[in-house]
Design a protein around this ligand. Structure first.
Ligand SMILES: Cc1cc2nc3c(=O)[nH]c(=O)nc-3n(C[C@H](O)[C@H](O)[C@H](O)COP(=O)(O)OP(=O)(O)OC[C@H]3O[C@@H](n4cnc5c(N)ncnc54)[C@H](O)[C@@H]3O)c2cc1C
Length: 327
């Protein structure tokens, strides 16, 4: 039987942003609910190892996820496994969050931290070697490819820029692109062509990630779309940059977003809908890392606390984020 429950704040998603927001709202004594469709951890659960979480020279993704969850629970946040299908603002300014089994949760403030999903190639070996050669994040995993030959797949800004960045570590970077020219901006393309460590393979698509019995990637099989000729690049890494989809489909109302679909916020992480906050990977910003996700979440959670206080007193929250209230 479906239920309706009320909370001070509902958080959608238990990745780094959601769990950090829950820690702060729980600590502010707000009745906090975190709705997560899978196991808490978000993209951390797809990350073998992190070496850029400050304070830990190296930590396994699942281990950091577990620590985040334990810490958030310690401050009273309630976690429920549920797939959210809709977040809607009601006439009285509160939010109704609905799950796929029809459960309803109402709250005067909601933080959406549903992250996003890198677009996958969908080829054999991609899943098997994810985290063991296949990656979707250059900043995160670049350092693991020191002095190795790797392949970058894609032809947009992200692929071209990250290929150049990866030459700091890799001895050689192939860029495999399905067309005969890049979609990326001119300045990035010029930089890429000037880089002697990069070889572009035009008009070719990745067909299979190959690996050894030990579970490590050994090559990327590619096919020339003009001639159908197939060959294997001896690469131990495959960095895929063919798109990233922010998980914003659950928002029932129109919320301002950028041209890529990422949610726009002000400096206190409030979206264009008052009381609806966003943090982490689904927010429009320069970079997407665990540190930025938890930074956003900290701001959002503290802003929610101020928003609820101001709402109770009949004021609006100062959008400049100075902590004061505007009348
Ligand atoms: C392969 C890989 C390696 C990475 N390595 C690093 C690294 O080394 N260092 C680093 O700093 N960053 C790394 N990143 C980036 C980092 O993981 C993200 O920036 C970070 O996880 C973003 O946190 P988030 O909470 O915004 O989103 P996510 O981690 O994506 O979490 C979102 C959560 O929301 C849930 N959710 C989505 N929709 C719904 C719904 N409808 N209902 C309920 N729940 C929902 C998801 O299940 C998920 O748990 C890596 C990313 C990838 C993909």
């Amino acid at each position: 039987m479906s239920t309706t429950k009320h909370y001070d704040v509902v958080i959608v998603g238990a990745g780094p942003a959601g769990m950090c927001a829950a820690l702060y709202t729980g600590r502010s004594m707000l009745k906090t609910l975190v709705l997560e469709r899978g196991i808490p951890g978000g993209e951390l659960l797809n990350t073998e190892k992190l070496d850029d979480w400050i304070g830990e020279k190296s930590i396994l993704g699942w281990e950091l996820a577990k620590k985040f969850e334990e810490h958030a629970r310690e401050f009273g946040a309630e976690f429920v496994t549920a797939n959210v299908t809709s977040v809607k603002r009601l006439d009285d300014g509160t939010f109704e969050t609905i799950t796929d089994v029809g459960d309803r949760y109402t709250s005067p403030a909601t933080i959406v931290t549903a992250g996003g999903t890198p677009v996958k190639l969908g080829i054999p070996g991609e899943g098997e070697f994810a985290g063991k050669g296949v990656s979707y994040c250059a900043i995160c995993d670049g350092a693991f490819f020191r002095e190795q030959v790797i392949a970058v797949v894609g032809g947009g800004d992200a692929a071209v820029e990250e290929a150049d960045f990866l030459t700091r570590y890799a001895s050689k970077v192939y860029v495999v692109h399905r067309r005969g020219s890049f979609r990326a901006s001119r300045i990035l393309v010029d930089r890429l062509h000037a880089n002697p460590k990069i070889e572009v393979i035009w008009d070719s698509v990745a067909e299979e990630v190959e690996g050894d019995a030990g579970g490590l990637m050994t090559g990327l099989r590619i096919r020339d779309v003009r001639t159908d000729a197939v060959r294997t690049l001896a690469a131990t890494g495959c960095l895929v940059f063919i798109g990233f989809r922010p998980n914003t489909g659950i928002l029932a109302d129109h919320v301002e977003h950028d041209e890529m679909g990422y949610l726009k916020t002000d400096s206190i992480m409030q979206t264009s809908v008052p009381g609806l906050f966003a943090a982490g990977d689904l927010r429009s910003q320069l970079t997407r890392q665990v540190t930025t996700a938890v930074g956003d979440a900290t701001t959002a959670a503290i802003a929610v606390e101020k928003y609820l206080k101001a709402r109770a007193e009949g004021h609006a929250v100062d959008p400049q984020g100075t902590g004061g209230y505007s009348a």
